[in-house]
Design a protein around this ligand. Structure first.
Ligand SMILES: NC(=O)c1ccc[n+]([C@@H]2O[C@H](COP(=O)([O-])OP(=O)(O)OC[C@H]3O[C@@H](n4cnc5c(N)ncnc54)[C@H](OP(=O)(O)O)[C@@H]3O)[C@@H](O)[C@H]2O)c1
Length: 306
């Protein structure tokens, strides 16, 4: 298939690489539904919040600070409510869980979108490598804390990435979660993203109601603030050729909006999606025993956090 054919192709869902979030949700009436989106102040999270609100949903948008979240809501979705949730700070995540509970909304979906990528040198929080802690542990705390707020058909969507294929052999280095033994930027990002996938897989088996779902998505490759830690030269090149070879932000937000809202995705659980269609991840991302182990190790880890 040529590149142009690939960009135009559509999968069984009727959507494909070039679908935008508006197209993936076209005709849907989300009035009366509520979605929580993490990382609502930038890139894919901001577009996701905008489009869900456009379709009539109430959105709870989270950002590192309440001010950032409220500013983002004001900018793209004035009907949305902003909450602080600094994912690398367990106290902030727990406070977010409590604030959402006080708000009283039942959640039709949680889109765990926030993330950081490829930190050039090792950074840690509470003794754990920062990408693993932010992308996986922070969202583990948030999502498990809010499970009882999900509606009976509530959907959890974890932002993973095809970069999960760069995770270490075996998926997760349980004996090196600090990153102290050795550290490589992309391998650590890959580990955090395979963790997002494994979390969705295990969560799909633990959902309180059989009609609730948990899936992971790869949004595509999109130029956003995510590249802030990359070599500036690479960012300049991306900036120049990006519009030709990368997805736009509206296209990048399509898969998470599709999986969170579309009737044809109802009931699909424990899967990995890209371009709005189910897609096979790396083999060990489907390993149920590994997913279970990550869950129990993360439970132990969070029990030891301040
Ligand atoms: N863009 C791509 O090509 C691509 C490809 C595959 C997967 N993804 C995934 O897609 C998701 C969204 O990425 P994006 O491209 O939209 O990136 P982005 O524009 O950088 O947005 C990331 C969001 O996450 C927030 N965030 C980062 N660290 C946080 C923390 N400690 N606590 C709370 N929020 C935090 C950021 O807040 P601040 O602005 O305050 O830092 C921002 O709102 C990520 O999970 C990423 O891994 C993206």
């Amino acid at each position: 298939m040529s590149l142009i054919e690939h960009f135009k192709s559509k999968g069984p869902s009727g959507f494909g690489y070039g679908t935008t979030a508006e197209q993936a949700t076209e005709g849907l009436d989300l009035k009366g539904k509520t979605f929580l989106v993490t990382g609502c102040n930038s890139g894919l999270g901001e577009e996701t919040m905008r489009v869900l609100a456009l379709r009539g949903a109430r959105v709870l948008g989270t950002a590192r600070t309440e001010a950032k979240a409220k500013e983002a809501c004001q900018k793209v979705a004035p009907s949305a409510s902003g909450f602080a949730c600094e994912l690398s700070d367990p106290a902030s995540v727990r406070a977010c869980v409590e604030a959402v509970k006080r708000d009283g909304a039942r959640l039709d979906g949680i889109i765990a979108n926030a993330g950081i990528m490829a930190l050039p040198s090792l950074e840690q929080k509470h003794g754990y490598e920062l990408q693993f802690f932010t992308n996986h542990v922070g969202h583990f705390l948030l999502v498990t804390g809010l499970l009882d707020r999900l509606t009976d058909a509530g959907r959890v969507v974890m932002l993973s990435s095809d970069a999960h294929k760069a995770a270490p052999k075996g998926g997760i280095e349980f004996d090196n979660l600090s990153g102290a033994r050795d550290y490589a930027a992309w391998r650590a990002y890959g580990q955090s993203k395979i963790a997002n996938l494994l979390f969705a897989k295990e969560l799909s088996t633990r959902m309180p109601k059989p009609t609730q779902t948990a899936n992971a998505v790869h949004p595509g490759v999109i130029q956003t603030n995510l590249g802030r830690h990359m070599n500036p030269v690479v960012n300049v090149v991306f900036g120049a050729v990006g519009p030709l070879v990368l997805k736009s932000i509206p296209q990048g937000a399509a898969t998470q909006c599709y999986v969170a809202t579309h009737p044809s995705a109802a009931g699909i659980t424990g899967k990995y999606f890209k371009d709005c269609n189910v897609s096979p991840p790396r083999a060990d991302a489907e390993d149920a025993a590994l997913a279970k182990r990550l869950w129990t190790e993360t439970e132990k880890l969070v029990a030891g956090l301040p």
